[in-house]
Design a protein around this ligand. Structure first.
Ligand SMILES: [Zn+2]
Length: 395
């Protein structure tokens, strides 16, 4: 019933890397911070600890303090990135800096920023400071792009005794596991067994997949075994839908290659599986947002799927932001439609952080004014921020 989007026209002019200001800021800020930490002369430590204990619990909205969940966070390190991820970040730093200096600084800064228990700007400190009661850590297996942070690594972090929210006495982190999709034919059986074992532990509440980061079409039926595991275990499946800044359509040599690549993030490709597995929850990550602004936004397709299939969930991370939506118009429109079209009971909040120091709270502080502008009541905000995730992930 859904019409495939037209994939005929491709941009021929390369867009500038849009993450540039972010990464330059990150680099400069973290270089200073790293120097302070390395020399042991930082005066931030006692203040940061005191702040963690003193913060009131919850997210303020229209005079109330609401419980909240950020289900979408990426722990890891510079070292765990794949070659395209490293090149993307290095590319965004000032050209005059020698590569070894860029690498050194990124290694040091990411060891704080992307570490779940990193000092000052680490994920836990950011989550607590922003008032979240629970935060989801994503495993990733995309060797060419965002790299590999395996379920074993995530589980180590989840089992750590520091995995506690001092405001609630409950675990702060839960995990979304993933599956190695490469050389699938030879390894499918063993990997599906491993996936099912992980989902039967108390640690993993869902499966994170990014066909785009492995350049695999979303409609490839050979991965249906993953949905069968999801159906057996009740685990929701998170799909990244929408383009990715790591690869642009101009990077491909022919229209045929571009068509194939678009199939890796056009959510239309999921319709067959969504219909075939009505008991599996399909989460539309980023709602089809076109991060490259190449003319292939799939938010309309996501809305159509959400209306047609009750087993779809919308996830609102990373679109907007100072880079993509400086005046908040895009977010206002999306949040208004979600409310007006009755999709709010199936919409969940995530940031896609940390990204940069303070990034977890920064995104929240863009979303809250947006939902306020389009008239979300306190109850509706609570559904978006907390209740839906709690129900869907059984937190
Ligand atoms: Zn993400």
């Amino acid at each position: 019933m859904l019409q495939p989007a037209s994939h005929k026209k491709f941009r021929s002019v390369r867009k500038p890397r849009r993450g540039l200001p972010l990464f330059v800021g990150l680099f400069l800020g973290l270089s200073v911070l790293t120097a302070a930490v390395v020399t042991g002369k930082s005066s931030l430590a006692p203040a940061a600890q005191a702040q963690e204990e003193a913060e009131p619990f919850g997210v303020p909205y229209r005079g109330e303090i609401l419980p909240a969940v950020d289900m979408h966070l990426h722990p890891g390190s510079y070292k765990s990135l794949g070659p395209l991820g490293k090149a993307f970040i290095l590319d965004a730093l000032p050209e005059f800096l020698p590569d070894f200096l860029k690498e050194l600084s990124l290694r040091a800064s990411s060891s704080l920023l992307q570490n779940p228990y990193g000092a000052f700007i680490g994920i836990k400190n950011q989550c607590l400071k922003s008032g979240f009661r629970k935060c989801g850590l994503f495993a990733v297996h995309a060797p060419e792009t965002w790299g590999v942070v395996g379920p074993e690594t995530i589980q180590d972090w989840l089992e750590d005794k520091k995995n506690i929210n001092p405001n609630t006495g409950e675990l702060l982190y839960f995990g979304l596991t993933t599956v190695d999709m490469t050389d699938w034919e030879q390894h499918a059986e063993a990997r599906l067994e491993k996936l099912e074992r992980e989902l039967r532990t108390p640690y993993f509440k869902g499966i994170k997949l990014a066909f785009i980061h492995n350049s695999i079409p979303l409609d490839d039926p050979q991965y249906d075994g993953i949905y069968e595991v999801a159906a057996r275990t009740g685990a929701p499946v998170y799909h990244h839908v929408g383009s990715s800044p790591l690869r642009q359509l101009d990077d491909f040599g022919s229209d045929e290659e571009r068509e194939r690549y678009i199939r890796s993030y056009d959510p239309q490709g999921l319709e067959r599986a969504i219909a075939a597995y009505p008991n599996v929850t399909f989460i539309m990550g980023h709602m089809g947002f076109d991060f490259n602004q190449e003319g292939f936004a799939f938010d309309e397709v996501v809305f159509e799927l959400a209306h047609a299939y009750p087993n779809t969930v919308l996830e609102v991370s990373a679109f907007g932001g100072s880079i993509y939506d400086p005046d908040g118009r895009y977010k206002d429109n999306v949040f208004r439609r979600i409310k007006e079209e009755g999709l709010l009971p199936r919409t969940i909040y995530g940031s896609d952080g940390p990204g940069a120091p303070g990034g977890i709270g920064r995104y929240l502080n863009e979303v809250l004014p947006s939902i306020d502008r389009v008239g979300y009541t306190v109850e509706e905000a609570r559904m978006l921020l907390n209740d839906n995730s709690t129900r869907i992930f059984r937190l």
